[in-house]
Design a protein around this ligand. Structure first.
Ligand SMILES: CC(C)(COP(=O)(O)OP(=O)(O)OC[C@H]1O[C@@H](n2cnc3c(N)ncnc32)[C@H](O)[C@@H]1OP(=O)(O)O)[C@@H](O)C(=O)NCCC(=O)NCCS
Length: 206
């Protein structure tokens, strides 16, 4: 009991493979524009406080991602996507974006030792499967390789993301009242986090 057997008529569904990619050219953002807009609109329209009011239109979302695409050619903005791709001999890989996140670095010479994590977005249908954890581990490895000492971020205090960052080992260092707004325009407090990058992840953590 509990085991499943596959037959030729009913082959097992192929589990998707996950790939994390750093987009470095505006053309790459254009290729994924529809999916990037969808994930941003879904997150905002479902209540995440990430810099936009709801309802977020496709036009506004496109404007945002176009601005990001113009910045990723600079050393101060890094854009990552996590895609899933299921393929069979008859169906070539068709990458679907499940999550995205950005890393920004201040251009000030006195701030180059750290970076800020912004806009971690996981598609609603892909949540609670370890996708954010996987993407954040990749970003932390990237930042460490770039010589960064620690990462910072902020999130709405009443957001589920706050508990997620705690679980991912981030350290809370403060809360600012009325720091930002929810998508409905009402004010929300923000909690600020930092995470040291000093040590290489151990195998048990991977
Ligand atoms: C917050 C968000 C990024 C989490 O993504 P996710 O892929 O579901 O997270 P994961 O499955 O990788 O979970 C990582 C850890 O956080 C915990 N977690 C995730 N969502 C949680 C929630 N809603 N409540 C409590 N804990 C949560 C998980 O249990 C897991 O901990 P564990 O490994 O110890 O069990 C996702 O819900 C999202 O995109 N929300 C909207 C956008 C947003 O708020 N982004 C943050 C902006 S700062």
């Amino acid at each position: 009991m509990g085991e499943t057997s596959a037959t030729l008529e009913n082959p097992p569904a192929q589990s998707p493979s996950f790939t994390t990619t750093k987009l470095t050219k505006p053309e790459e953002v254009s290729k994924y524009m529809t999916q990037l807009c969808q994930i941003l609109q879904d997150c905002v329209n479902q209540g995440a406080s990430i810099g936009f009011l709801a309802p977020l239109s496709t036009e506004e979302a496109t404007t945002y991602w176009t601005q990001v695409s113009n910045l990723i050619t600079t050393p101060t903005q890094h854009l990552f996507i996590l895609t899933s791709s299921s393929s069979t001999p008859s169906n070539p890989p068709n990458p679907t974006i499940l999550a995205t996140v950005q890393l920004t670095v201040s251009p000030k010479i006195t701030h180059v030792h750290k970076a800020e994590v912004v806009k971690l977005l996981v598609a609603p249908s892909a949540r609670r499967q370890g996708i954010a954890r996987k993407l954040m581990e990749h970003v932390e490895d990237f930042a460490r390789d770039e010589g960064k000492e620690f990462l910072v971020l902020d999130t709405a205090t009443e957001s589920p993301a706050r508990e997620m960052y705690r679980r991912l080992g981030w350290e809370e260092w403060g809360t600012c009242k009325d720091y930002a707004s929810w998508p409905d325009g009402s004010r929300c407090d923000a909690t600020f986090f930092r995470k040291e990058l000093g040590t290489i992840r151990t195998q048990e953590e991977e």
